[in-house]
Design a protein around this ligand. Structure first.
Ligand SMILES: Cc1cc2nc3c(=O)[nH]c(=O)nc-3n(C[C@H](O)[C@H](O)[C@H](O)COP(=O)(O)O)c2cc1C
Length: 330
């Protein structure tokens, strides 16, 4: 059969690609280490804002525990939030801006929550500056909200924007079985996800075995609930589908888009779901690969836990910053 490439030429090109890959990966590492938020003391605006939001989210998650509220939780998150707020204030950043108001609001919600439970949090004055505990300021929507199963019943009839605006991550499921055909419908719809040059390198590892899910999520370390989902998906993208060093991060882009399609599909089907990060240490990642039989060539993008909506579920508000703040017109 006619072959247009020659092995020596391809081998030479392969060596060159490996050198280019190392160069680009090195640049990636340099950019990340220069610009990520590794120390609160060196933070610029966006870094300190991200630190605030990270800790706001941690506290909202603690406030949202439905079945096992842990009174006096979150000392570390409060302490880190305080420090980020102190740095924010010391830089004279806008104190009416989204993240700062979210930070103050979640502290207020935290205090209200414990006051309601008549629980005195002894460490609060030790870790939160008096300034951040004042109640005479407008509060944002930080805290928790209730997601109701009844609101999901007509999800199939909702407009796309109504569906998207109504979706929230739900981490505590009813424990009742779900129609797994609906999960398959969401995956079938996600076939249509765009991918770079239509490579479609995704896979969805699927388990309904709750023991296996518990083992996987123990390595994932970011779920934190005893009740396992009815279906746990692990979304991966195969590096085998990429041809060039400039595509080295494309698995995360295609996989992220694919996962979002799945999430919207699940919402459309009236199923509760939460995306779960795959930012695992090497040992955990290796264990997950073994448990789910995921090949080394595949990048694990994220997990998606799927279950039945309970009648009511308290969830983090996870308030969003307005589009006007992130649009950059040029
Ligand atoms: C890639 C990714 C990883 C996530 N990982 C976790 C996780 O490990 N644990 C968790 O409880 N939520 C996780 N989430 C859910 C986010 O906390 C949630 O999407 C965010 O707060 C926005 O809230 P919403 O989904 O309710 O709109 C993750 C979301 C994404 C997109």
């Amino acid at each position: 059969m006619r072959m247009n490439s020659s092995r020596p030429r391809q081998s030479g090109k392969k060596q060159l690609q490996k050198i280019r890959l190392r160069y680009l990966a090195h640049k990636d590492i340099r950019r990340f280490s220069r610009t990520a938020s590794f120390s609160v003391f060196d933070d610029g605006y966006e870094q300190v804002v991200s630190r605030i939001m990270y800790n706001v989210h941690a506290l909202e998650k603690g406030l949202a525990r439905n079945s096992d509220a842990r009174l006096g939780f979150g000392r570390k998150a409060l302490s880190n939030l305080n420090d980020a707020l102190v740095v924010y204030r010391s830089r004279d950043y806008d104190t009416s801006a989204f993240a700062y108001v979210e930070g103050l609001s979640v502290i207020r919600r935290y205090e209200e929550f414990h006051r309601k439970q008549e629980f005195d949090v002894p460490f609060l004055p030790e870790v939160i500056d008096e300034e951040f505990r004042r109640t005479d300021r407008p509060a944002a929507a930080a805290g928790t909200k209730t997601v109701r199963r009844s609101d999901k019943e007509n999800n199939r009839d909702k407009s796309f924007y109504a569906l998207a605006q109504g979706r929230s991550s739900v981490r505590e499921f009813s424990g009742h079985p779900i129609d797994t055909g609906k999960v398959m419908n969401a995956l079938r719809n996600a076939e249509k996800t765009p991918s770079v040059c239509n490579r479609q390198g995704w896979r969805a590892y699927w388990t309904e075995d709750k023991q296996l899910a518990a083992q996987v999520l123990a390595h994932q370390r970011g779920f934190g609930y005893a009740e396992m989902p009815e279906v746990l998906l692990a979304i991966t993208v195969s590096n085998n589908t990429f041809l060039s060093p400039v595509e080295r991060n494309e698995a995360f882009v295609d996989g992220g888009l694919f996962a979002m399609s799945v999430l919207y599909g699940l919402e459309h089907e009236g199923l509760a779901a939460v995306p779960l990060n795959a930012m695992m240490y090497y040992r955990d990642q290796r264990a997950v690969r073994r448990l789910l039989d995921i090949d080394d060539s595949e990048m694990i993008i994220m997990f998606i836990a799927v279950g039945d909506f309970p009648p009511e579920s308290v969830v983090p508000i996870s308030d969003r910053k307005p589009a006007e703040t992130f649009v950059r017109r040029r």
